[in-house]
Ligand binder design. Structure first.
Ligand code: ASP
Length: 445
């Protein structure tokens, strides 16, 4: 991940926006059955196809990468003692940063009140909700129906998912990597309990497998600029701008809260707790942040995050391979913040009073559910619907259609925040473990 990868991705991203805007402009003017319109439709579908292949290539790396890096990383620890400390710090860091993110979201949504207009529930947004629900596409209806099928007990299901009865089945369940991580950690810990000569071959095997996965990650990332171009063109082309205008204030609220966490809270933590230069860390993480932004998936970004944190920020393999796979699965600062803002925003639009107690419950629920949300696009919608229903907010299902319709750009931003949060944990924890060389040399990304 050295060199100019992030510049190439950035160029891919900008060119994609440019292409999509030109396509939108042209297709608005051309008659539907003209050659030009057909060409644009064909080009957009071709992009979709290439984008899907790129996403799948990234996702293909996740399972072997998690298993080999967690096992190789933890098996290098000497005994359980070091592990307990690392585990405690990681869980503590993740809980603290998610909570800080939610509090910022809560404050801003109460301050800006994006769901109100002149102090009253916004009629414009209320109509947009009804409109969106009435004219939802079949695909959106299926997504919401699936989300509605989830029970509140699903939140606790996370503890069950930690121990999957069939580890191979867990590995095939896209987006639910927690069981695989827990198994890999236990496997590696068991290795450390055996005499070195008995496990040294096994450890070498996992180490070599992990090295192979790193080379494969490099290969996939070589085509990232093209993959990301192809992912972004259809998104920008198909996203209608009308809804965004009506929901401008909501966008501003979410983005401002994410920005506070990204540009103030996490950098403060980096410099106060990690004693590192936050700018150097931003630089080190550029490629991973752009990939997270473009794919809206922290799981798919994991291979890139691991490379940036180790190669550019200089965190040890041991710390990175414990904190990052776990973080990509359970630590989502941006998502937790977004859940809280979205739920309270809808309550404002539908005129549902939420007192301090009710808002506190939303904070708790956002904290808990963000652990269970999968690292894939739009995954937090399930949690939002669940919280809205449990809080007794009326018209929750209809509102979910509107949230889904405008989700992508917000998902892109919160996923980047999610990934950055994980990487900060790796840096701060690595530093606290006395690792040398973290963000000391000039970072490249
Ligand atoms: N897309 C987010 C992620 O992968 C999850 C979400 O908030 O929907 O981190």
């Amino acid at each position: 991940m050295k060199g100019k990868a992030h510049w190439q991705i950035l160029v891919g991203l900008l060119l994609a926006v440019l292409t999509a805007v030109v396509f939108r402009e042209l297709s608005g003017r051309l008659p539907e059955d003209s050659e030009g319109a057909k060409f644009i439709a064909g080009a957009v579908s071709a992009c979709k196809f290439v984008g899907v292949i790129f996403m799948r290539a990234l996702q293909m790396l996740i399972v072997p990468l998690i298993v080999t890096s967690v096992v190789a990383g933890i098996a290098s620890l000497h005994g359980m003692e070091g592990f307990g400390r690392l585990g405690g710090k990681t869980v503590g860091f993740y809980a603290m940063t998610s909570f800080a993110a939610i509090v910022v979201g809560l404050l801003l949504v109460n301050l800006v009140k994006p769901g109100l207009e002149d102090g009253k529930p916004s009629q414009v947004i209320r109509m947009a909700i009804d409109d969106q629900a009435a004219n939802a596409t079949e695909a959106d209806k299926a997504k919401i129906a699936a989300a509605e099928g989830r029970e509140a007990s699903d939140v606790w299901g996370i503890f069950k998912r930690m121990f999957p009865p069939n580890i191979f089945k867990a590995a095939t369940d896209n987006g639910q990597m927690l069981g695989l991580i827990v198994f890999s950690i236990m496997f590696a810990l068991a290795m450390t309990r055996l005499p070195l000569k008995e496990i040294s071959t096994l450890r070498d095997v996992f180490q070599s497998l992990n090295d192979v996965m790193i080379v494969m990650t490099r290969w996939v990332m070589m085509v990232a600029p093209i993959g990301i171009y192809a992912l972004i063109v259809p998104i920008v082309f198909e996203t209608g701008l009308e809804l965004f205008q009506k929901l401008g204030l909501y966008f501003v609220t979410v983005l401002a809260a994410l920005a506070v966490h990204f540009f103030i809270t996490l950098p403060l933590i980096l410099s106060l707790m990690g004693k590192v230069n936050p700018l150097a860390h931003f630089k080190a993480m550029r490629t991973a942040l752009l990939t997270a932004f473009s794919t809206s998936s922290s799981s798919a970004t994991l291979p890139v995050t691991m490379r940036c944190v180790q190669d550019n920020a200089g965190v040890s393999k041991k710390t990175a391979s414990f904190t990052l796979p776990l973080g990509a699965t359970v630590n989502m600062d941006g998502t937790a913040l977004y859940e809280c803002v979205a739920v309270i925003f809808v309550s404002q639009v539908v005129g549902f009073e939420m007192g301090l107690g009710a808002q506190f419950m939303v904070v708790l629920a956002a904290l808990l559910t963000s652990i269970g949300v999968a690292g894939i696009p739009s995954a937090s919608l399930v949690a939002i619907l669940l919280i809205m229903k449990n809080s007794g907010i009326p018209h929750a299902t209809e509102a979910a259609f509107l949230l889904l319709a405008i989700d992508r750009p917000l998902d892109m931003c919160r996923t980047a925040v999610n990934v950055f949060g994980d990487s900060c944990a790796a840096v701060v924890i690595g530093k606290s473990e006395g690792e040398e060389g973290i963000l000391e040399e000039k970072a490249e990304g």
